[in-house]
Write a protein that binds this ligand. Structure first.
Ligand code: BJW
Length: 228
């Protein structure tokens, strides 16, 4: 990585798979027992808030039984030691990158451990139990919801992500199917701005053809190998 100074890394559910966090798509995926439109849209939250809260309560409870894996740890090491600019953009709502020690990190699809007031937009730490109708600590409206970016909602930190992609010399995508936008388009943006592009994934993602290089295998092996 001799000429590389600025790195943007995108992670998806595959980076947490070896920690025991389910991915979304495919057999055994998180949405196998749920239709996405039943749990992951603002309409679903309005129509059946109990179902949506239960879905995320279960996922949040699961965090207590999982640990960061070798891929999370390698990325945290890179963050600590890389002298140039680095931004780790995760689509994951788990806290495994945080617990591994990554600092230059943004959660573009929200966080299980955060609550969002649907009325005033204030974000607070999630404290169990927070059933639907819990009042917001700031404006008192009974509008606290999981701080998760649903389909049709704007992902977080897009300005910072776009700015980092425009400066990146290297864009690395890890453990994501490339099925969900805008994250699926980051490889094209980075390529357009002249960055090298590398994919580390168990199998070729939907946008695989856009990457300069694809390495296929488990993140727990590929990521430490790449970082060293
Ligand atoms: C391993 C591994 C191992 C396994 N090692 N690898 C038509 C065209 C284009 C766009 C749209 C469209 N219609 C609608 C849209 C927009 C929509 C969208 O993309 N829809 C698609 C379905 C087409 N997007 C949105 O609505 C987004 N907002 C938006 O676009 O706002 C407007 C906007 C405009 C302009 C600029 C910016 C914005 C919001 C998307 C919100 C996504 N939310 C979710 C749920 C989060 C909460 C939750 O956790 O429940 O985020 S959806 C879900 O998918 C989750 C994930 O973050 C996301 C991506 O999934 P991911 O991480 O890729 O997981 P998988 O399971 O798909 O893949 C895992 C991969 O890992 C696989 O490839 C495996 O092989 C691999 N793997 N084990 C390495 N050990």
């Amino acid at each position: 990585m001799t000429d590389i100074r600025h790195i943007v890394i995108l992670t998806g559910a595959g980076v947490s798979a070896e920690s025991g966090v389910a991915t979304f798509r495919g057999p055994g995926g998180l949405w196998e027992g749920h239709r996405v439109e039943d749990v992951c849209t603002p309409q679903a939250l309005a129509h059946d808030p109990d179902l949506v809260h239960r879905f995320y309560d279960k996922r949040r409870a699961n965090l207590a039984s999982v640990e960061p894996n070798a891929a999370h740890r390698a990325l945290a090491r890179l963050d600590a030691e890389w002298p140039g600019e680095l931004l780790l953009v995760t689509q994951n709502v788990d806290d495994l990158h945080d617990r591994a020690g990554s600092k230059r990190l943004v959660h573009m699809h929200g966080e299980l451990k955060s609550a969002l007031c649907a009325l005033c937009g204030v974000q607070t730490e999630w404290a169990d139990p927070l059933p639907p109708g819990t009042p917001c600590p700031s404006c008192d409206a009974p509008a606290l919801r999981p701080d998760i970016v649903f389909f049709g909602e704007m992902p977080y930190h897009m300005e910072a992500i776009d700015a980092a992609l425009a400066r990146a010399d290297l864009f690395v995508s890890i453990g994501t199917s490339g099925a969900v936008y805008p994250a699926a388009g980051f490889v094209r943006t980075a390529h357009y701005h002249g960055a090298d592009t590398l994919e580390l994934n168990l199998e070729r993602s939907e946008g695989s053809a856009w990457f300069g290089e694809s390495r296929l295998g488990p993140a727990g092996t590929l990521v430490p190998d790449w970082v060293e």
